[in-house]
Write a protein that binds this ligand. Structure first.
Ligand SMILES: Cc1cc2nc3c(=O)[nH]c(=O)nc-3n(C[C@H](O)[C@H](O)[C@H](O)COP(=O)(O)OP(=O)(O)OC[C@H]3O[C@@H](n4cnc5c(N)ncnc54)[C@H](O)[C@@H]3O)c2cc1C
Length: 358
């Protein structure tokens, strides 16, 4: 092994992907997690690999590249990562918004088209009342986020990375304005580059060296329902629910967290989604709620990923984002390119920490 010693803090899907991509290129990598792989928000993700949903996004090019990178890691990891490329059907309350979004994303080169009601009914016969139009992105899919994170970790280890779980990083070592390593379990680990990929944990971690990471915890609810047989073929996201099968008898949904009052708490949100599924999907009447879980997403203050070296502190590379499932493989590849190649990659230009003066 040659080159810089790199410590990656956090084995969520983002850190695990970074560790894999760096180790696969021969870097000396240590991946540390306070718990185990995917113990953070990653295991609570709905895990939709989507690029053409909702309004145009400044990071659209990166998201579009993400699909190709998921196909690449599926091939590289030899079946250890399997995306269910089931396609996604989505529509907004106001169908004019759906038309506008499809027009935009299609013009930007996304594989997305507007379907009519009868086409929607053919595609998703389980819908009781298909909308008049919906966006269909046949190339989108979903992945088991825990399995994918574990697969990245295993591939990183096979490529020579040192993986340490149950290893809480308590601080970074600041050697006169340059990060020289970190402290873990009361011991110092020297590193030339530390990558903060600890989800919400990165905020405290980098504060210790004077970096005020503009990331807040944005809650979202993952809802698991038991069904007797598959109710949908792909991902279905409308105003009443966003669902996908997580297995033949498991239906997954994600919904907005509102607050913890009895009428809005996660269980109430879960029951509302369950009722919408019972009313909106054929066979949904017998669905039952398994559980609901709130995940705290690391949300940059302007919603965009924060990726790259900070200007103020040498040797500190930040990787904080929402949409971490979508982006993990593409970010892993591009970050490895620039960290090991020694020059900034254009594709990450919009993601730079210096837009926040970091
Ligand atoms: C309901 C819901 C639905 C979602 N749906 C989607 C979706 O469809 N598509 C999508 O792309 N994204 C989705 N997300 C967001 C996605 O889950 C996150 O963007 C992604 O998982 C972030 O991964 P991460 O690796 O950055 O963070 P995390 O998964 O939180 O990983 C951080 C890791 O760092 C470790 N750690 C923290 N502090 C320390 C420390 N000091 N020392 C050592 N280890 C530490 C933690 O143990 C944890 O394992 C969803 C989230 C939720 C809650």
């Amino acid at each position: 092994m040659s080159g810089p010693r790199i410590a990656v803090v956090g084995a969520g899907i983002v850190g695990a992907s970074l560790a894999y991509h760096l180790a696969a290129r021969g870097a000396s990598v240590t991946l540390l997690d306070a718990a185990e792989p995917a113990a953070g928000v990653t295991r609570r993700a709905f895990s939709w690999i989507n690029i053409a949903h909702a309004d145009p996004h400044p990071y659209e090019a990166l998201r579009q590249a993400a699909i190709g990178d998921w196909h690449r890691v599926e091939a590289e990891l030899g079946g250890a990562v399997q995306v269910d490329w089931c396609g996604a059907l989505a529509w907004e309350e106001d169908l004019a918004d759906t038309r506008r979004q499809v027009a935009h994303h299609a013009a930007a080169g996304c594989d997305v088209r507007l379907l009519t009601r009868s086409q929607i009914a053919d595609l998703e016969p389980g819908l009781v009342d298909p909308p008049r139009v919906a966006a269909h992105a046949p190339g989108e899919g979903a992945v088991d986020p825990v399995a994918a994170t574990r697969a990245f970790c295993a591939a990183a280890r096979a490529a020579g990375a040192d993986l340490r779980f149950g290893a809480q990083v308590s601080g970074l070592i600041d050697a006169r304005g340059t990060v020289a390593g970190l402290t873990v379990d009361g011991e110092e680990l020297a590193a030339d580059i530390v990558i903060a990929a600890a989800g919400m944990g990165s905020v405290d971690l980098v504060r210790g060296v004077g970096v005020d990471l503009p990331v807040h915890a944005s809650p979202s609810v993952l809802i698991r329902m038991r069904v007797e047989h598959p109710l949908v073929r792909g991902i279905v996201a409308g105003p009443d629910f966003e669902v996908r099968q997580g297995g033949d008898t498991l239906l997954l949904s994600a919904a907005s967290y509102i607050d913890d009052t009895p009428e809005n708490g996660p269980d109430s949100v879960g029951r509302r989604v369950l009722n919408a599924v019972r009313a909106g999907l054929r066979g949904g009447e017998s669905a039952t709620l398994i559980d609901t879980e709130v995940g705290w997403r690391p949300m940059p203050d302007d919603d965009g990923p924060i990726i790259g070296f900070t200007s103020d502190i040498g040797g500190l590379y930040l990787a904080a984002m929402h949409g971490g499932i979508i982006l993990a493989p593409v970010i892993g590849r591009l970050a490895a390119d620039e960290i090991l190649g020694g020059h900034a990659v254009d594709a990450l230009q919009l993601c730079r920490p210096d837009r926040f003066h970091l």
